[in-house]
Design a protein around this ligand. Sequence first.
Ligand code: TRP
Ligand code: SF4
Length: 330
Amino acid sequence: MNGKKRILSGMRPTGALHMGNYLGALANWVTLQDQYDCFFFVADWHALTSDYESPERMGDYVHEILLDWLSAGLDPEKSTLFIQSRIPEHAELFLILSMITPVPWLERNPTYKDQIVQLQNKDLSTFGFLGYPVLQAADIIMYKAHGVPVGVDQVPHVEITREIARRFNFLYGRVFPEPDAILTQTPKILGLDRRKMSKSYDNAIYLSDDEETLQKKVMQMVTDPQRMRRSDPGNPEVCNVYEFHKLYTEANITQQIDRQCRSAEIGCVECKKTMAKNLIPALSPIFERRRYYQAHPKMVEEIIDSGSRNARDVARQTMREVRDAIQITY
Ligand code: TRP
Ligand code: SF4
């Protein structure tokens, strides 16, 4: 596509996206659309590696994440949007890559070790879970992506992808480029209660909220916990409301708030109102697009059908090259 470099990224469909997901990944994808030939996909098979016991929710989650993406501004005219499981070639490439991937590469993967400890309530001693990075490598190199926009937690996976691509090229001749991670800077936005923003803490601002809900949530936000009374001076450095000001309020006003907070000239209620006044119009186009796509579900279907067709054409071509390289041509 007109000389632009290709990038690819994916998200597991695990429920509604919140501001943390938006600022940490999605907003970045939206800007990258103008610079790169972008492929973005819903990693439903990846979600199945840990949630294989409850597949009944997957359909809703896939639908929901697609709405979130389109609302956030992913543009089907600029990017190829697709669903992993619509492209069975991913499974074929995964299988072939699994032949050449040494098990110790997977066992020493820090994300793997970490998740096994963190998700104690699930039985993750499966072949599929260990092989997660091999599937991810297949996703990435299938499209010969040069860049993979991800958060730091995914860097080990991109590293394994590079190793697998290198090994494939070494054994069978050069087919794949080695992709680079494109690191996303994540602002340190917290949840309404100052814990990490997370669906499970019920403290998140969602892309699927609306203006009214957003206003309410901002007014509920916990500020500087040391600031008990209106007359107490506050510390913006520890205040989550202030983090939002830094992103959504003009710089000179933000500086003024910093001073007025420290001298107790401004109260938290007023400060939040100012913040909401800037945040709401910034997110309102997202809410609006969601209302539009919700009213036009056929359009969403068409977008994903045509994106998946486009992705599949590329995947078929790559698999022809792969079968040639490994001499499965008989
Ligand atoms: N593992 C990624 C995550 O959780 C999702 C993912 C699957 C992905 N395949 C990918 C990301 C390929 C980038 C490229 O968040
Ligand atoms: Fe936070 Fe604003 Fe209150 Fe200061 S005045 S603690 S910045 S909400």
